[in-house]
Each structure stands twice: as structure tokens, then as C-alpha cells.
Design a protein around this ligand. Structure first.
Ligand SMILES: *[C@@H]1O[C@H](CO)[C@@H](O)[C@H](O)[C@H]1NC(C)=O
Ligand SMILES: *[C@@H]1O[C@H](CO)[C@@H](O)[C@H](O)[C@H]1NC(C)=O
Ligand SMILES: *[C@@H]1O[C@H](CO)[C@@H](O)[C@H](O)[C@H]1NC(C)=O
Ligand SMILES: *[C@@H]1O[C@H](CO)[C@@H](O)[C@H](O)[C@H]1NC(C)=O
Ligand SMILES: [Cu+2]
Length: 674
């Protein structure tokens, strides 16, 4: 939530582009494939050529993406590849003349379809380049230099990062600005653990100049000692290494990757990429051995927004209420995955491309890794020992397919996994690691603290500030095609119907199908319920509607008051589950424009229409939250904290779909006896 770390990115150069294009010709183009480098080039040149004075107009590309092709056309193409694919279109949100333009481009016809000016109060995501440019300004600002001198800091060791400013009830449209906060390296690379507290610089991004400066107070800069996390810089003693662990697949992986399409065991899916969302899983279908065909499960799944509000009311902190997708571009913050460390030995990697601030294509190597996970888990088992001398033991190991991306949004690293199991389950998991955002403080011991410090002492002079992470997933399930309904099954405690039962209670299930959006807004924690998306027109042989259940593994909701400005902007966190009718323009739960948004274009406002959702093409939204109360183990870098949810088949198959799963080729046990 400060500035992406665009590590190891290089401009894509032409010879490579040409060889890749000819290689790509062999692969059938999927309508949901992300924009290619030559498409990005085309977009940039079409837009540049359309300007009245191309040479003197500075255009910045805030967000460039594949425009969603019409869903029906994609489905027709998918079910019959002889059907022509829908036209490929792109959407580019650009700024020139201090105005936001939303440009729609037909890539096939090489033409601009429309150029719409957005004049509302909010703004599109920052580019990486403008964040770097803004963060580089303070050292040339004399009051800032004086403030650093006053603190006895070496200017060349000061580094800065950009923070979005949020919205706090201002009625007039505000300038496009960021707050710049600075840190001190001097002997550490862990800048986030060494804030120069009390100094805030405000930068106008359009003019790219400093328009505000404040030096409110001084706090000791936390010591560099103990903040480093580089292997080469750590001093012994070390935890002794484990013995080598190898993932062996002598026959290679069991999945096939064709462009962005993946097939593995009974699954087929497509992995797209978007600057804002990161990975997009599409057209996930599973083979039903009984019916001998692939059946649709998920048309599209992605993280729509990631909201991280801090709970510190001081002047330097109150506005830190970040929207990592809508403000920073969660996909734009993807980092290259490191073989053997970020992903196991048997992983394959997938590169992506995105538009730089000037519109040119940038290659992002190793954005995704795809691998089979065999972590020693059990798919199913039973030991039958009831009959003496006739023990039956059957057990199957679990192997699953994982698609992974990591986004480093400033200080935080988010590990995004989509996992597919042969049993039909889809598991979405997020791991939080990286660095906390901390406030420098005079305190060195908890006993000294007698005031509200909005966090906990996690090292000397270092307050880990309390905050949340809320991730909202857009889950466009199409169970066996559509239309679908959302069924809420409440588990109720009831008294025995007859007084002669020795029992005083039992629980039962009361199911109701949500008719409108209001029926499907759910806060977890208050009531036990099973939630499922079903196809009411497709029944199992026993008459149960085929469906998929949502199995959340946490019940975290917002703690800010509903009238607090960040909460109004993030009102999509008010419920853990929402269901809306499919609408191609309702993708971003925080609104199309999020920076300085006012909460008038969020999932919560769309849902106020209370549309009908029964037997419709519906989208389920799931909000997963973390309330983060920092502790000393989070210093100087936090071990991964994971949370996720499962989408699990429910009467989708006629019986256990992995009864006849064949375990992986039986390699011999090569362990040496101890
Ligand atoms: C365009 O950007 C350049 C370099 O940042 C700057 O010198 C110039 O003034 C800008 N032009 C306009 C019209 O904003
Ligand atoms: C920028 O705005 C000015 C004044 O509003 C206008 O004259 C000029 O044509 C605009 N330039 C572009 C590229 O739209
Ligand atoms: C789709 O959603 C947008 C934004 O909420 C709305 O303006 C539009 O009317 C919706 N379209 C349909 C067909 O409901
Ligand atoms: C496993 O061991 C058996 C018996 O020792 C041997 O016949 C077989 O070839 C071995 N399989 C592999 C894959 O090494
Ligand atoms: Cu956190």
C-alpha cells in the first residue's frame, strides 16, 4: 500500500516480440487471453495518433485491459470452437490535459470505438512511473531538506513512498494528489521499519510538484539493527537447515498449458491477467465421468478489491485507508516468482505483459506459477476394523493443481493461490507476508505507554499499527451453465416435536432460495448456514439440484462505523456474501474509479436496486477479512498468515467423484532407515 516494487521488469523489445508472435500463431487464441505486447503497442499508437497535438500532449496510461467480451459470445465460442470468437476489444483509462478519458478500442479493426471523458471526483489507479516521480520530489524541496538536516539524517539515505489520500467528506472535487512519506535506510534495506515520522509531503500528480509540506513533530528513528531480512546479512545462529526435499515427477507434470488454457486431470480452465485484478480464472469446468462430459463451474473468479484501512488517527496516518486494486493496481504490483523458493521444483511459469505509464508493453516474467501440490495430505481413506481378522484399509493421497501469483503492494506481499482438486473443490487462498506499516515512537517498553498509540510495540521505538485486510472475490459461478439460484440453508435448533423423546433438542435445515439481492446479503457469525449456488433446473438422479457450496473459513466483518468515510467507500465489506445479477459493468466492488472515490459506485450501491436473483445468471461476492493486531513476531518481517475459502460441489456429482481416482504412479519409497 505505498508503491509497487516493479522488480526485474524490462521493456519488451522487438526481435523477441516477433519470435513470440510467430510462436503464438500456432496456439489458438482464446478470447479471454490477456493483451499481447503487439496489442498493447497498437493501443498506445491508436491513442497517441488520435490526439490533436500528439507531440506536445503527455498521455499517461493509468489502466489498460482486455475489455470483457460478451459473455454469451464467449460461451458459444467455448462450446463450439467453429463459432467465430467475439471481437477483441481493449479498454484504456488514460489521462491527458488533466482529464481522465475512458477509451474503448476495437483491436481487430484497429480503431477507437469511443472516447469518453470521466469528470467525476474519483481517479483511476496510479502508474508506477508517477509514483516513482512523486516519491523522488522531496529531496529537491528545501523545507524537506531542512527537516532531514534538523534530524541529522543523510539525504542520500532517505527514500520515500506514495500513499493515496482517500476521501474524508470533501464536497468539491479534489486535485489528483498523493501523500509522500519517507523512510531512512542507512544500514538497512527494511525501509518500512525505519519511518521518518512527523513529516508529510503532498504532491500534485498532474503537475508533478509538491503542493504541501508539513513537519509536525520528531520521533526517534527505530534502529537499523535487527531489521534486515537478507540471508547474506543475517548473523548466526541460524535454525539448522532441513534435509533436502524434492518434488519428483519423472514423467513431467500431469497438466498441459496451451497459451493461457490449462488442463489437468478432470479440470479445464483459463488463467488471464489484469493490471487491476491480477489473476483471473475463467471457464473452469470439470469432467464428470458418469456423464462423460465437462460441466461448467466457474465462468470467472478474481479478486475485485483489497481494502487495507489503518486505525491510527494521527495527522500522518488517518488517511491510510488503501484500496490496493483500485488505487495501486494489484496485478500491476505482481512480482517475478522465484523458482524453488516461491514455487516448488515441479512448477512451470507463465509470463504476462502490461502497459507501462507511457503505454508501452512491459514484460513481467514469471508472473504465475502452476504446479501440482502433493503435500502429504489424504484425499480420502477408511480403515474397516469392525470384522475381526478382516481389516480393510483403503487410502488415496491428495494431489491438487495450484495457480499462484504474488503481488508486493509496497510493504505487503500477498500470495494469491487458486487450487483445484480432483474432487471438484476450488480453493482460493491468500497469504499475507512482508513488512508491517509501523509508526516511529519514543517508547521502548510497553509499560511506558499510557496513551492510545493505535497499535503495539513490536520493537524498540516501533509501533505496529492496527489495521484490516479485506479481500472481495468476484465469483461468477455458472453451475452446469445457467441460470442459477442462491440457496441459503439455515441450521436451526429445534425442540423435539413429541414430548416423549429422551432428547431436548436437535438441529435441522431450513432452506430458502434468495429471491432478490437483499435476501442474499449475509454477515457471518450470527447464524449457522450453508450457502450454495445451484442450478434449479438440473437435478441429480435423486432429485437434488446440482450446486456448489461456499465454505468460508473465517467470519470477519468491518469494525469501523458505517458513517466513517473509508467505510462508505468500502461498503462492500458490510456483508461477507452478496449475490447480484450478472452485469458486465459491475466488476469492481469499490467502483470503476477508486482513488478519492466517495462510495457512490460500489457493490453496496448497485445492490440497493434489490434486483431479482432467482433463476438468473448470478454472481456471488465473498469478502474475506483479517483484523491485524500486530505482535513482535511480525518484526522485522511477518511469517505468512493465510486464509481462504472453498467452493465445493454439492449434489453436483451423483456420488464421490474421486472414488476411482488413481493415485499418482507408485514411486518406491526411497527413505533411508534412521
Ligand atoms: C510533458 O512532460 C514533460 C516531461 O515531464 C514536461 O516537460 C512537459 O511540460 C509536459 N507537457 C505538457 C503539455 O504537460
Ligand atoms: C486540452 O484542453 C484545451 C483547453 O481546454 C484544449 O484547447 C485542447 O484542445 C485540449 N487538448 C487535447 C489534446 O484534448
Ligand atoms: C449494469 O450496471 C450498471 C452499474 O451498476 C448500471 O448502470 C446498468 O444500468 C446495469 N445494466 C443493466 C442491464 O442492468
Ligand atoms: C519399485 O520397486 C520394485 C521392487 O523392488 C521394482 O520392481 C520397481 O521397478 C520399482 N519401481 C520404480 C519406479 O523404481
Ligand atoms: Cu496486516
Amino acid at each position: 500500500m505505498a508503491k509497487c516494487n516493479p522488480t526485474k521488469r524490462s521493456l519488451f523489445f522487438l526481435p523477441l516480440l516477433i519470435s513470440l508472435l510467430s510462436a503464438a500463431a500456432a496456439v489458438r487464441r482464446h478470447p479471454l487471453d490477456p493483451l499481447s505486447p503487439n496489442e498493447l503497442d497498437l493501443i498506445r499508437s491508436l491513442i497517441a495518433d488520435s490526439l490533436p497535438n500528439p507531440s506536445t500532449t503527455n498521455v499517461t496510461f493509468q489502466y489498460v485491459a482486455l475489455a470483457d467480451p460478451n459473455k454469451q459470445s464467449v460461451l458459444s465460442w467455448h462450446s463450439n470452437p467453429k463459432t467465430p470468437p467475439p471481437p477483441r476489444r481493449a479498454t484504456a483509462t488514460v489521462r491527458y490535459n488533466s482529464t481522465t478519458h475512458e477509451i474503448l478500442i476495437d483491436l481487430g479493426k484497429k480503431a477507437i470505438i469511443s472516447n469518453r471523458v470521466y469528470s467525476g471526483p474519483a481517479y483511476a489507479p496510479f502508474t508506477i512511473e508517477e509514483q516513482f516521480a512523486a516519491a523522488a520530489l522531496p529531496p529537491s524541496h528545501p523545507p524537506f531538506v531542512a527537516a532531514m538536516k534538523k534530524r541529522g539524517l543523510k539525504m542520500e539515505e532517505v527514500v520515500c513512498a506514495c500513499f493515496s489520500v482517500g476521501w474524508f467528506g470533501e464536497k468539491r472535487k479534489q486535485k489528483r494528489t498523493v501523500k509522500v512519506q519517507c523512510y531512512y535506510l542507512d544500514g538497512s534495506v527494511n525501509l518500512y521499519m525505519r519511518p521518518v515520522e512527523g513529516v508529510t509531503v503532498t504532491v500534485d500528480l498532474d503537475q508533478m510538484k509538491i503542493i504541501g509540506f508539513r513537519d509536525r513533530y520528531e520521533a526517534p528513528i527505530p534502529k537499523a539493527d535487527g531489521t534486515d531480512y537478507r540471508e547474506s546479512m543475517l548473523k548466526p545462529p541460524f535454525l539448522p537447515p532441513l534435509n533436502g526435499i524434492k518434488m519428483v515427477q519423472p514423467g513431467g507434470p500431469s497438466f498441459r498449458v496451451n497459451g493461457h488454457s490449462i488442463s489437468w486431470s478432470n479440470w479445464k480452465l483459463h488463467v488471464g491477467f489484469d493490471e487491476r485484478a491480477g489473476p483471473i480464472i475463467s471457464l473452469a469446468s470439470i469432467y464428470d465421468m458418469e456423464k462423460q462430459k465437462h460441466r461448467q463451474v466457474l465462468y470467472k473468479g478474481f479478486i475485485s478489491e483489497l481494502f487495507v484501512p489503518y486505525m491510527d488517527l494521527t495527522e500522518e496516518w488517518y488517511y491510510r485507508t488503501f484500496f490496493d486494486s483500485g488505487e495501486y493496481g494489484f496485478g500491476q504490483c505482481a512480482v517475478a516468482l522465484e523458482p524453488l523458493r516461491d514455487c516448488p521444483e515441479n512448477a512451470v511459469f507463465m509470463d504476462t505483459h502490461m502497459a507501462a505509464g507511457d503505454g508501452r508493453p512491459v514484460k513481467m516474467p514469471n508472473t504465475f506459477c502452476i504446479f501440482e501440490r502433493h503435500a502429504g495430505d489424504i484425499m480420502w481413506r477408511h480403515t474397516e476394523g469392525t470384522i475381526p481378522n478382516r481389516v480393510v484399509r483403503e487410502t488415496r493421497p491428495e494431489v491438487s493443481l495450484v495457480v499462484r501469483m504474488v503481488a508486493a503492494v509496497g510493504n505487503y506481499d500477498y500470495i494469491v493461490d487458486w487450487e483445484f482438486k480432483q474432487s471438484g473443490s476450488i480453493i482460493a487462498n491468500v497469504g499475507l507476508t512482508g513488512l508491517l506499516e509501523v509508526r516511529a515512537s519514543k517508547y521502548t517498553h510497553s509499560d511506558q505507554i499510557k496513551e492510545e498509540v493505535y497499535g503495539a510495540l513490536i520493537s524498540e521505538n516501533t509501533i505496529g499499527v492496527r489495521h484490516d485486510h479485506f479481500l472481495i472475490y468476484h465469483l461468477d459461478l455458472d453451475i452446469v451453465g445457467g441460470p442459477n439460484s442462491f440457496v441459503k440453508s439455515n441450521l436451526r435448533t429445534v425442540r423435539p416435536p413429541t414430548p416423549d423423546s429422551p432428547r431436548k433438542s436437535y438441529w435441522t435445515v431450513v432452506s430458502e432460495t434468495a429471491r432478490t439481492e437483499a435476501d442474499a446479503r449475509i454477515k457471518f457469525g450470527s447464524q449457522a448456514a450453508e450457502l450454495a449456488v445451484v442450478n434449479p433446473n438440473r437435478k441429480s438422479r435423486l432429485g437434488n439440484p446440482v450446486g456448489y457450496r461456499l465454505i468460508p473459513n473465517s467470519a470477519v466483518g468491518p469494525l469501523m462505523s458505517a458513517d466513517d468515510y473509508p467505510q462508505i467507500r468500502a461498503a462492500f465489506t458490510n456483508y461477507n456474501v452478496w449475490v447480484t445479477p450478472y452485469n458486465s459493468s459491475e466488476k469492481w466492488a469499490s467502483g470503476l474509479y477508486t482513488d478519492q472515490s466517495r462510495g457512490d459506485d460500489t457493490l453496496a450501491t448497485w445492490s440497493l436496486r434489490n434486483r431479482e436473483i432467482e433463476e438468473k445468471d448470478i454472481v456471488m461476492w465473498y469478502t474475506m477479512g483479517f483484523h491485524h493486531v500486530p505482535c513482535q513476531e511480525d518484526f522485522p518481517l511477518m511469517p505468512t498468515l493465510s486464509r481462504g475459502f472453498e467452493l465445493r460441489p454439492t449434489n453436483f456429482f451423483e456420488s464421490n467423484p474421486v472414488l476411482k481416482a488413481t493415485p499418482p504412479y507408485p514411486l518406491n519409497r526411497s527413505i533411508c532407515p534412521l
